[in-house]
Every structure is written in C-alpha cells, then in structure tokens.
Design a protein. Structure first.
Lengths: 159, 159
C-alpha cells in the first residue's frame, strides 16, 4: 500500500467510526427507556406545578402584591396539572434516570395514589376559592394544598 | 505562627471557601432568572405533550396495537396540556437558557399565538373524536394535530 492509499484507508476508518458513533448516539437518544421517559415526565409535571405554585406562595406571604386574576389563573393551572404527575410513576420507574422518588412509592402505591388524589382535591378547591378573590378565604385553602404536597414529599421524596 | 496554627488557619480558609461556594450555588439555584424559568417551563410542557403524543402516533401508524382507551386518555391529556406552553413565552425569554425558540416568536407574537390556538383547537377536536374509538375518524384528525405542531415548528423552532 502506498502512502496515499494508507492515508485514505485511515481517513475512511476514522470517518466510519465517527458516523457509527453518531448513529448510535442518535438511536440511544431516540430510544430513551420507558423508565427514563416516565421519570422525565413526572419531573416536568412537578416543575410546571412549581412554576404556578411559587407566585401564589409569594402573594399569600405578602412578598408579592396580591393580583387576584393572576392568582386565580395560577390556581386553575395547578388544579389542571395536578392530574398529570401520577402518569409518570409506572412500575419499574424507581430507576432509569436521576430521581428523588423513593422506592416506597411502588410498595405502597395505594397510599401514594391516595395522597396524590388529596393534592388534586385540595388544588381543585383552591381554584374554586381563588375565583372569589378573597385572600382571607384563599389563605387557609392554599395552606391545605401546601400540606398535601408536604405529606407526600415526606413519605415518598428524597431530600 | 507554629505549624499547628498554620494548618488550622489553612483548613479554616479552605472550609470557608467551600461553605461560601455552596451557599452561593444554592442561592443561584433558588434565584433562577424568570427567563430561565420560563424556558424550562415551556420545555417541560412540550416534553409532556410529546410523552402523550408519541404513543398515539405509533398507534395511528400501526407500530403499536390500537387501544382505544389508551388513545382517548392520551388525546385528552394533549388537549389539556396544549393550553400550557404559551405561558412559557414571556417577553425577553428568547434568551436565558438553552432554547430552540426563534426570536421571531416575539416579533410576530400575534401569529405565534394564533398557531398555538390552532394546536389547542385541533387537539381538543382529537380528544372528542378519540372518544368514539373509530380509527378511520381518528386518523385524519390526528393528522391535523400533527400539522398544527409542524406549522409552528417550521416558523418558530430551530432544527
């Protein structure tokens, strides 16, 4: 083999490895495991809930001016979104990506679902109460939503 | 200063830097900019929509067995979630974190909102049609939802 052919052969080999690696990376990206997808799904749902929950908390605590329309919209969003996280806890999704979900979720699924439902019920009540725009009525119901988050986090979330 | 004191002084200095860095990192974490939060919010919303959209696509294409109840649930989820991404595009959130959103979104916001509304309308129709469980009726409406995604992505999403 002359030098030109050698160089060409090496170049082709290097390019092939690059192409194969890239295709494999692409496939890996496309074929995220169902567990990884579920974990990312529930994290997305919780992050959206937090996005709407945080400004309500700031208003309740007086750290932000109370805007009743904004509050009502956020309360409605949390109520609607509260139905979604449960889809992200299929059997086996205690592993598969970084997660703070404790394994107890799957051994005590009935209790976990019950706590999720309490959150849904309290969040739906908050959306109703928020329509009235009366902070005196909103505050205790906002507290109940927060407690429903906390009750579940204490038992089923690391940190 | 004797060796013991020197060592102690250095240890305290190192520990202080570690504590300060950790506190700063914590504060940075807590104080994500509103733009970053908006970008992460819309990405979370789109990823949740994709999670429910993908199995419907697989069923429509015959790559997965058609389960009408599963399909209807996913269609309902996409319809509900279709109302959320728009909250994640406040003025100024063309920057602040990795994003594929084009700057044109904010210069053509009326058109962008119109396209988002088309998606909401088509997704809501799909949820209705899906209740019937008839793939012959579902398929064209699923196509319309897909087109509404594509129409917006073509104008307003990189890649």
């Amino acid at each position: 083999m002359n030098l030109f052919k050698k160089t060409l052969a090496i170049a082709i080999a290097v390019a092939s490895v690059a192409v194969v690696s890239s295709v494999m990376a692409e496939e890996e990206h496309e074929k995220a495991s169902p567990e990884k997808m579920a974990i990312e799904y529930r994290q997305a749902a919780f992050s959206m809930i937090k996005f709407h929950f945080a400004p309500m908390g700031a208003m309740v605590k007086g750290k932000m001016d109370f805007n009743k329309d904004e509050f009502a919209k956020n309360a409605e969003a949390v109520a609607a979104l509260s139905k979604f996280p449960i889809h992200g806890f299929p059997e086996g999704s205690d592993k598969g990506a970084d997660t703070e979900a404790k394994a107890e979720i799957w051994t005590k699924m009935d209790d976990f679902k019950k706590k999720m439902e309490t959150f849904q019920v309290e969040a739906t009540s908050l959306a109703e109460v928020a329509k009235g725009g009366d902070m005196a009525a909103i505050k205790p119901q906002f507290g109940k939503v927060g407690e429903s988050c906390k009750a579940c986090h204490e038992d089923y979330k690391e940190n």
